[in-house]
Design a protein around this ligand. Structure first.
Ligand SMILES: Nc1ncnc2c1ncn2[C@@H]1O[C@H](COP(=O)(O)OP(=O)(O)OP(=O)(O)O)[C@@H](O)[C@H]1O
Ligand SMILES: [Mg+2]
Length: 556
């Protein structure tokens, strides 16, 4: 083309505009597959069959049993900006479908050889063939069918825009991307039966799992080893976060399935990815990570999915709240699961330091006692205590046996004596001890934790809390976040205490003596408290009472 011709301003022909725009929507085979699958889901399908040849470059075929496209709209469906999913701009903010731009089919049609066979229930099949944006045939059959569905066959991607082919990366990378898209649909559509056939390989079928999402997650991301999935769930302010984490882990990212879905869409968000990996540190050995499938469901008006043509990134209007929800859901959830395991009423060994002056750490026996069983077995227990048969080795004479924990007391034996412990009082005294004697340097939380007090935190209370190391920020209305905690409370369940205190207590002086609800799950903290405080002192304060057999049987 002569240089002078290039200066002439002219409108581009429609088909070239389409091909340019197609590059924004269809970058590679995986985005093509994603668009077709989204359309099938939007059409209400309960079964979808996928077929791929040569990593999608030769063939991408998606057959569904959705509602089908009416024959009179069939050519329109492949025109740019033709959509049945939104009518006005406001609809964008209450989207219940994947598609909304009316661009995907037009883009696909302009850079491939496509054929589509579709019908609605009670109507005959219509077939359209389009090559490079040009309709080649458009026919309707005669036979009325009583089932609906759409089959799309897309061949020779980029055949008329070969320059785009150059951007296609290695075959492995294309295969990985396609695999990611298929998995994303498996993981978000457990109600749909989905089959996938790669080249000449056997078809893999994933049956509909309905409510049992865990089963679908297990089937989708399982490797050769069992994943041992942990499921955690948390909601806050109409936002729900659900995550499945594999216990198995390894170094690096190779071969891992790590998915984040926002309102059913696969999205990429580096910040959330890091928060998930960091928060689950207690599940995986240091330096390792595992698989995760995370689902955020949030009212659609609080998230914007219309910021990228590929709809892969989203923008949260209150991102910090989401980050806090995710981090606390994982950390608290894993901690709770650990405490449930350690409180199981079976015999197990824990590392627990001795109480009193002798603070040497040693392995002691943790024995749980079933208090629901009859008094006679309780008597047996004390008889065995009397004769010393509960401890088999002389070296274990000094051990603490936690016999059982209840809502606001716990029973333990120490040096052949049995004690009753007032746990709320113990926790109050411990907190008092820590705050009076400990280091109040504010320690920043890795991720701020949301606080939901039932009433407003006054500026003066906020100042008092700051003085002892708790920095609390008001982020609008009655929503607060905790940013720091005093260094001395790093082993103390300070968040629960603080929350309970903010809800009910009136002044800072009540914090130490505040009694919280769920004491029983805190036996680990009780032991830490006993380690920090002196037993004779606690007996003097009547926080711990020595129980003789007579006293105990009288109590019962
Ligand atoms: N598998 C299908 N079953 C039924 N109708 C379909 C199917 N695929 C496409 N359609 C119809 O064709 C229209 C155009 O599809 P297209 O994917 O181009 O746009 P969209 O899904 O509305 O928006 P987007 O461009 O964001 O995907 C859809 O709005 C829908 O009415
Ligand atoms: Mg679409």
């Amino acid at each position: 083309m002569a240089h002078s011709d290039l200066n002439k301003i002219q409108l581009l022909p429609e088909h070239i505009i389409d091909q340019i725009k197609a590059g924004e929507v269809i970058e590679r085979p995986s985005t093509l597959l994603k668009e077709l699958l989204e359309n099938s889901v939007d059409a209400g399908s309960t079964q979808i069959d996928i077929e791929l040849a040569n990593n999608g470059l030769d063939l991408v075929s998606v057959k569904d049993n959705g509602k089908g496209i009416p024959f009179e709209d069939l050519d329109l469906a492949f025109c740019r900006h033709a959509t049945s999913k939104i009518e006005n701009f406001e609809d964008l903010y209450k989207l219940s479908t994947y598609g909304f731009r009316g661009e995907a089919l037009a883009s696909i049609a302009s850079i491939t050889k496509l054929s589509c066979v579709t019908n609605q229930k009670g109507a005959p099949e219509g077939t359209i063939k389009i090559h490079g944006g040009e309709v080649v045939t458009l026919d309707q059959d005669k036979d009325i069918l009583d089932v609906s569905g759409t089959s799309m066959y897309i061949r020779d991607l980029f055949y008329n825009t070969p320059a785009r082919m150059k951007f296609i990366q290695s075959k492995t990378s294309e295969k990985n991307q396609l695999d990611k898209i298929v998995k994303a649909f498996l993981l978000t559509q457990p109600d749909i039966k989905i089959s996938i056939k790669w080249d000449d390989q056997d078809k893999k079928v994933f049956g509909a799992c309905g409510e049992n999402l865990k089963k679908r997650v297990e089937e989708t991301i399982k490797k050769n080893r069992p994943l041992n999935l942990v499921e955690l769930n948390s909601s806050y302010d109409q936002t729900n976060f659900r995550v499945f984490l594999s216990r198995e882990s390894s170094r690096g990212n190779a071969g891992k399935s790590q998915f984040l879905f926002v309102n059913g869409r696969l999205v990429q968000d580096t910040a959330i990815h890091k928060i998930i990996l960091n928060s689950a540190y207690s599940l995986w050995p240091q330096g390792e990570t595992g698989n995760y499938c995370a689902y955020i469901n949030i009212p659609s008006e609080r998230v914007d999915v219309n910021i990228h043509p590929n709809k892969i990134q989203v923008k949260f209007f209150e991102a910090s709240k989401i980050y806090s929800l995710i981090s606390s859901a994982i950390k608290d959830g894993l901690a709770k699961q650990r405490s449930v395991t350690t409180n199981r009423p079976t015999e197990q060994n824990l590392t627990m330091p001795n109480i009193g002056q002798d603070r040497q750490s040693k392995e002691v026996e943790y024995r749980s006692y079933d208090f629901d069983s009859s008094n006679s077995s309780l008597q047996n227990y004390f008889e065995r205590l009397d004769t010393g048969t509960t401890t088999t080795e002389a070296s274990q004479v000094d051990e603490i046996n936690v016999i059982n924990t209840f809502k606001d007391c716990s029973l333990f034996s120490h040096k052949e004596k049995v004690y009753l412990l007032n746990t709320p009082k113990l926790m109050g005294t411990w907190l008092d001890h820590l705050i009076t004697n400990g280091d109040k340097t504010p320690m920043p939380l890795l991720v701020s934790q949301p606080l939901r007090p039932s009433k407003e935190i006054s500026p003066s209370l906020s100042k008092e809390l700051l003085a002892i190391g708790f920095e609390i920020d008001n982020i609008g209305e009655n929503n607060y976040v905790l940013r720091t905690f005093p260094q001395c409370l790093k082993n103390f369940p300070f968040k629960e205490y603080l929350e309970a205190f903010l809800n009910q207590a009136k002044s800072i002086s009540e914090l130490a003596s505040f009694l919280i609800e769920e004491q029983s799950s805190w036996s680990r903290q009780h032991k830490k408290a006993l380690q920090d405080l002196s037993l004779p002192e606690l007996i003097k304060e009547e926080i711990v009472v020595e129980l003789t057999r007579e006293k105990l049987l009288k109590l019962l």
